[in-house]
Design a protein around this ligand. Structure first.
Ligand SMILES: Cc1ncc(COP(=O)(O)O)c(C=O)c1O
Length: 451
């Protein structure tokens, strides 16, 4: 019999809890601080933009949090997602390694993002909120929230980073189809509605700027809350359905990973696959957890570990994280979802404690891997996810060098069907390999708040 390449779960194996690592951490995380007083934040400080249920999850001491039935009903539209063994890629690489990937691109929006979007829409609806405002980089998060708001009857406003708005017009169409209102960011309110920012008409935008716009929108409207697609503890928490399913599927395959890999923008898909394994690691299990980012925005590998704002306009709380500075506008690489100056404080804390590793790649090397993967495994990865593919291939090549077996598991966080312009640029030899500018760290240090 040929080897199994696909590991699927039944509906009843869908996780019924989210796995919370906070109470198991060897050292507690530093608290977020109020941006004005620099005092630890109280739950009430977050109430103008988040419902209390999500604020409680942000700081929860419970090791497991029940997933409400209404959320499971929506998850069931595409979850559990499949786990594949990349047999053809293994053969192509002539590696003794076994390569597995969890495919989150089967969600209606095409990525892992709906795992938290659905939860956030549900809790906001339950709290009596009418509309959610958010930012989106690559358009994946905006699509996910547009879909989730539709499922629970909420309005949705999305501030889309301008370079992605231009590169991916069909992402906007998708959000419009689910009923969301989409603006290119940076924008400003004029008498005739939202328009391109007159002072910076050519700015490509950044996630930091778009977050400022969405937070301001939520803070100035009573019936509107803000929703963030990554970075925060509760977002990573909701994503742990990914890693929990992987554990069941890897057990079905009769293997346990030596290394678990996820691409890293704010940290949500990496956290989603890695946190359930990190819980095993804290109990003595040998497993490496690798976060992969672009050299154009190397937050974990070159950033400062410091309190910083999550957005450009300094509206958010101060969080202790790896950061390239809240004013950093990353180069317009095609992995738009990885263009964020900060990192999840939970992932930052775990990196500091040595629980996870990080590495960075240039975009041409990333697309080399994406195309090699697509030609063996058929799925066309999102440029963000292709960072994880690159790292998985490099792990498999290292195993070949050593002549040793290695079990590699990575998160294929989304498909690239709306990113074919990026593939075209790659094939035309037009992708620029941006590096983080040397003098940026000094500039970032200067702008860090004095705590
Ligand atoms: C497909 C895909 N993967 C990964 C990311 C990065 O986000 P995070 O680090 O929160 O998973 C994004 C962000 O938009 C994305 O669209």
């Amino acid at each position: 019999m040929s080897q199994r390449a696909k590991f699927v779960l039944n509906d009843h194996q869908l996780p019924t809890v989210w796995a919370n690592i906070l109470p198991s951490l060897p050292e507690p995380m530093a608290p977020p601080l109020h941006p004005g007083t620099h005092q630890p934040l109280s739950p009430a400080d977050l109430q103008p933009i988040f419902p209390m249920s999500l604020i409680e999850q942000e700081f929860s001491p419970q090791p497991e949090i029940d997933i409400p039935g209404e959320i499971i009903d929506v998850y069931r539209l595409w979850r559990p997602t499949p786990l594949y063994r990349a047999l053809r890629l293994e053969q192509e690489l002539q590696t003794p390694a076994h390569i597995y990937y969890k495919y989150e691109g089967t969600s209606p929006a095409g990525s892992h993002k709906p795992n938290t979007a659905v939860a956030q829409a549900y809790y906001n609806k339950a709290a009596g909120i009418r509309r959610l405002a958010t930012e989106t980089g690559a358009g994946q998060w905006g699509s996910a929230l547009a879909l989730a708001c539709r499922m629970f009857g909420l309005d949705c406003t999305v501030y889309m980073v301008k370079i992605s708005y231009q590169q991916k017009p069909y992402r906007r169409s998708m959000m419009n189809t689910w009923g969301a209102q989409v603006y290119a960011s940076p924008s400003e309110l004029t008498q005739s509605g939202r328009a391109v920012l007159a002072d910076h008409p050519d700015s490509p935008g950044s996630l930091g700027i778009a977050i400022s716009e969405a937070v301001e929108d939520a803070a100035t409207h009573d019936d509107t809350n803000y929703s963030l697609g990554s970075v925060l503890n509760h977002v990573l928490l909701h994503q742990t359905v990914i890693g929990q399913e992987c554990k069941l599927q890897m057990a079905d395959a009769g293997e346990y990973p030596d290394v678990v890999i996820g691409c890293f923008g704010g940290g949500s898909n990496f956290g989603g696959i890695a946190l359930p394994y990190a819980l095993d690691k804290l109990k003595g299990q040998a497993v490496r957890l690798v976060a992969v980012e672009p050299t154009a925005c190397p937050t974990l590998t070159k950033g400062l570990f410091a309190y910083d704002f999550g957005d450009t306009a300094k509206l958010t709380p101060l969080i202790l994280m790896y950061t390239l500075g809240h004013g950093f506008v990353p180069a317009g690489i095609h992995a738009g979802g990885l263009r964020y100056h900060g990192a999840a404080p939970l992932a930052s804390h775990m990196l500091k404690l040595g629980l996870i590793e990080a590495r960075a790649y240039r975009q041409n090397a990333v697309f080399d891997a994406a195309v090699a993967f697509a030609r063996c495994e058929a799925i066309i990865p999102a440029p963000e996810s292709a960072h994880a593919v690159r790292a998985a291939i490099d792990e498999a090549l290292a195993a070949r060098e050593e002549g040793q077996p290695r079990v590699i598991l990575f998160n294929l966080s989304g498909h690239g069907h709306f990113d074919m312009g990026a593939y075209d640029s790659y094939f035309a030899g037009k992708l620029v390999d941006y590096e983080h500018p040397e003098d940026e760290i000094a500039r970032a240090m200067e702008e860090l708040p004095q705590i």
